[in-house]
Write a protein that binds this ligand. Structure first.
Ligand SMILES: Cc1cc2nc3c(=O)[nH]c(=O)nc-3n(C[C@H](O)[C@H](O)[C@H](O)COP(=O)(O)OP(=O)(O)OC[C@H]3O[C@@H](n4cnc5c(N)ncnc54)[C@H](O)[C@@H]3O)c2cc1C
Length: 387
């Protein structure tokens, strides 16, 4: 066991660190305060591509970097300390539904979907949640019925990150009358498909600038070759989703680390009773508690990612990491706000945004309650029917 990053990992992390300081830091306020509800990444996508930040975990033969998951975690952590909008591009292209294509798609599908992702031309979003199926995902009712060479898709998805902006959607669909997980498969729907419309942009308390909306499918005809996971492959969809949890957990880690760094700096600058507030033990204890929590989450995430290597993580390790990191980030950003006093509560400082942003991740990608169900199931070697 070695708790040090390798030389290559250290150099890579430093490269992303410098990029984040130089390019992301000045954009955060622009993104947060912009009147536009969904940010435009613009030219920065090309910079990500040139630095090898798109498709870090995707195979080299399709234009990715072919690196183990830990590299994507390191990159996300560095970017998310400023903004999870910035790390989102790494998450989508290294931990998103494109990994289901990479793991389970045909050669033709990999050739079609992965290279444009690595070039930053097209991104894939995941469309699982429905108005009547969130945690109870296997209640989903969006239907895909085979008609000749096409599937006829009807239904509605909710809270889809990237909705209306991503070019492709990995849509979880019911493919027969089979109830529960058995009838579910995964099909890619293109953004400009006739019959696909997008609902209004969600107004979330945090994660401002992130596209999110309903997807409405009305008699959409989807070519047969877009089917990635046939009916009965729900376990594969979930396996590919285990890796998404590492990305989600790293969003929380990055936010909390950013809050800790900001609090450390502020505590040495802010004067009260004639001295920097870091000289008060109560403030030191806040910083120490924040550091313990951030470090613990980091180790759990690194473990899940390192053990995943170039493959997929275990459900236990990814769920433990996600659940812990999600809850940790809420606590740490709250403590950071306390260190900042009144300024922490002000929109002039970044902490209140970090606190709001931290609140999204314990819901997105499976709630912390559902992670505990995964963890207990993996520990006890059983699946507990929630019905
Ligand atoms: C920021 C954000 C981004 C998102 N991005 C996407 C996306 O890109 N694609 C997508 O498909 N979805 C996305 N979602 C949706 C997200 O996956 C769902 O909101 C989540 O799975 C919970 O579903 P729900 O909102 O219907 O809550 P519900 O399932 O109604 O749950 C409500 C509450 O009940 C609890 N609960 C439910 N069942 C149980 C149980 N058996 N045991 C214990 N507690 C239980 C839940 O934990 C929760 O606290 C996103 C959500 C957010 C907030």
């Amino acid at each position: 066991m070695d708790f040090q990053l390798s030389e290559e990992e250290r150099i890579f992390k430093q490269m992303v660190h410098d990029f984040a300081d130089r390019r992301i830091a000045p954009l955060v306020d622009v993104w947060e305060k912009s009147d536009v509800s969904v940010i435009d990444y613009g030219d920065i996508i090309a910079e990500y591509r040139d630095l090898g930040l798109l498709g870090i975990t995707l195979p080299e033969r399709y234009g990715g970097s072919g690196l183990p998951a830990i590299y994507a975690v390191l990159a996300m952590e560095e970017l998310a300390r400023y903004s999870t909008m910035a790390s989102g591009l790494v998450m989508e292209t290294s931990f998103g539904p494109i990994r289901a294509v990479e793991q389970f798609g045909t050669e033709e599908q990999k050739d079609r979907f992965i290279p444009p992702t690595c070039r930053g031309e097209k991104f894939m979003a995941v469309a699982m949640t429905e108005p009547g199926a969130g945690s109870a995902l296997t209640d989903l009712t969006t239907r895909a019925v085979l008609k000749g060479d096409h599937y006829l898709v009807n239904g509605q998805k909710r809270f889809i990150s990237g909705g209306g902006h991503s070019h492709w959607y990995m849509v979880y669909v019911r493919m027969s009358e089979q109830k529960g997980h058995k009838g579910i498969g995964g099909i890619v729907v293109e953004k400009d498909t006739a019959g696909l419309t997008f609902g209004k942009q969600e107004q979330f308390m945090g994660l401002h600038g992130m596209a999110s909306c309903d997807l409405i499918f009305e008699d959409c005809l989807i070519p047969r070759e877009n089917l990635i996971i046939p009916e009965g492959g729900f376990a594969k969809l979930m396996q590919a989703f285990d890796v998404e949890r590492c990305g989600n957990a790293t969003q929380s880690l990055g936010i909390a680390w950013g809050a800790l760094e900001a609090a450390k700096k502020y505590s040495q600058e802010r004067i009260a009773f004639g001295k920097p507030i870091c000289e008060f033990q109560a403030v030191q204890f806040l910083l120490a508690d924040m550091a313990m929590k951030v470090e613990a989450a980091r180790l759990l995430i690194y473990r899940a990612a390192v053990n995943a290597g170039k493959g997929l993580p275990s459900v236990f390790e990814s769920s433990v990491a996600k659940c812990f990191a999600n809850e940790m980030a809420k606590e740490v950003t709250d403590m950071a706000l306390q260190v900042f006093g009144g300024y922490g509560y002000s929109k002039e400082y970044p902490i209140e945004r970090m606190l709001r942003d931290s609140r999204g991740w314990p819901v997105a990608g499976g709630t912390v309650q559902m992670q505990r169900i995964n963890i207990a199931g993996a520990m006890l070697g059983r699946r507990f029917n929630q019905r």
